[in-house]
Ligand binder design. Structure first.
Ligand code: SF4
Length: 427
């Protein structure tokens, strides 16, 4: 029996990204780019038995090494997301169990991004993900209807043939853009529900949930309609994960377009609905919020405690982990090393919660970021690049980031470098 690098995520996840025409198994992996004809010819097997995926699984198993399409983890290991997501990391494998992996399908998380429709231009987002960014960049999102139709048809067939004949919990996660702003989200969810309804009763122990990964920056009426939908479908579980990086103005500037008070009002509305199975805060660590991270954790814990028992942390409410990996200029690796003390503060906030594996997972994550990420790529070239980047972004959005983020001058030694020639944005 031996430990092995093989990552469960490649076996449990299917990611369908309609705007970029990508199919993946793990959102951090490089995608398989297949034409509508290839998708139709694979049919329902396109998600778990396409040639590239099978080759990657074989490579992982035989070489005990990340395939190159897992470059995100390969290059950042051991501080990689593999540490958080690979449920097999402590498992001892027998040769037989490893062999059987090739033909195994453990799918239980299906992520669907239908469109880029969004009302924010978050600083670490792009025109490939947000229609608002596309507007700012003057690009027009083009939807390949043939790709979308072929992929959704294959997905419905896969659900019907595979996912209705299983008993393990299954989650459909709608991503954006902003899924609450994409009208088709509810049509696709209705279609998936109709497929599961056909076999309901035969496999009634299956626990099926629909999750929305949202910016919560939508009209109150939209959230009310969602809650009506939740109440009308009692067989299924529903949950919402919502992104917020910092409180007030700083949070509104990082996730540009956000109205923090609307976010809080929507969150409180969701918290009042007992049928919502789960509510998760998803803060993303960047060089702009490491120093505010403990505040957003404390705010959420205090708010959640008004509605839910603290003992339910990890079950009905939780705090997720995420890290900016693009653009480099926002990565915490650029920060001075003393910023790691803010992560100690964040860990202290987490320690207010009862001891649990969920709490420890977050604390361990903060510790890994502290040890392996903060300040690890801080040098003069990168700092100069970052100064240029913030100036360019400021010009693009007509903002002065040196004033908006008071810490930024310190982070980038701006005062010391202030005597250099002004940039024209093309350098
Ligand atoms: S190794 Fe990393 S990129 Fe590959 S499947 Fe696991 S988490 Fe995803």
């Amino acid at each position: 029996m031996t430990k092995h690098l093989a990552c469960s995520k490649m076996w449990t996840d299917i990611n369908v990204n309609v705007p970029t025409k990508e199919i993946k198994n793990c959102c951090k992996r490089e995608p398989q780019m297949l034409s509508p004809d290839e998708i139709t010819s694979y049919g329902r097997n396109v998600f778990v038995k396409n040639r590239e995926l099978l080759e990657d699984k074989k490579y992982f198993i035989e070489n005990n090494d990340f395939p190159k399409t897992c470059s995100h983890c390969k290059h950042s290991h051991p501080a990689s997301i593999w540490q958080n997501w690979n449920e097999w990391k402590y498992r001892e494998w027998s040769p037989v169990a490893l062999d059987s992996l090739m033909d195994s399908d453990f799918t239980r998380n299906v992520e669907i991004m239908l469109s880029t429709t969004c009302n924010q231009t978050c600083m670490y987002c792009t025109e490939q993900v947000s229609s608002e960014w596309a507007k700012l960049k003057g690009t027009i999102p083009i939807v390949d209807t043939a790709w979308k139709d072929a992929t959704l048809q294959a997905l419905y067939e896969y659900i019907e043939c595979k996912l209705t004949f299983d008993f393990t919990p299954l989650t459909y996660n709608f991503l954006g853009g902003e899924p609450f702003l994409e009208l088709e989200t509810f049509d696709i969810m209705e279609k998936i529900i109709s497929i599961h309804d056909k076999t309901w009763g035969k496999h009634s122990s299956r626990y099926i949930s629909f999750k929305f990964t949202s910016n919560l920056n939508v009209k109150k009426r939209t959230i009310e309609k969602f809650l009506e939908y939740v109440k009308a479908h009692p067989r299924y579980k529903f949950s919402v994960a919502f992104s917020l990086d910092a409180l007030g103005t700083i949070g509104e500037e990082i996730r540009d377009g956000l109205d923090f008070s609307r976010f809080e009002e929507n969150l409180r509305l969701l918290m009042t609905e007992p049928r919502l199975h789960r509510l998760d805060l998803l803060p993303t660590l960047s060089c702009l919020n490491v120093q505010h991270y403990h505040e957003v954790l404390q705010w959420f814990i205090d708010l959640a405690k008004e509605y839910k028992p603290v003992s339910e942390y990890g079950n009905t409410w939780q705090i997720g982990t995420n890290l900016v990996t693009w653009p480099f200029e926002l990565m915490p690796a650029l920060l001075p090393t003393h910023y790691s003390t803010y992560l100690d503060k964040a860990a202290e906030v987490m320690r207010q919660l009862p001891n649990s594996s969920y709490r420890e997972q977050q604390i361990n994550y903060l510790n890994r970021i502290k040890v392996h990420v903060i300040g690890k790529q801080r040098n003069k070239i990168k700092i100069d690049d970052a100064i240029r980047w913030f100036e360019e972004q400021g010009r693009l959005k007509n903002k002065n980031y040196w004033e908006i983020f008071p810490d930024l001058k310190n982070i980038l030694n701006y005062e010391n470098l202030n005597d250099r020639e002004p940039t024209d944005g093309n350098s």
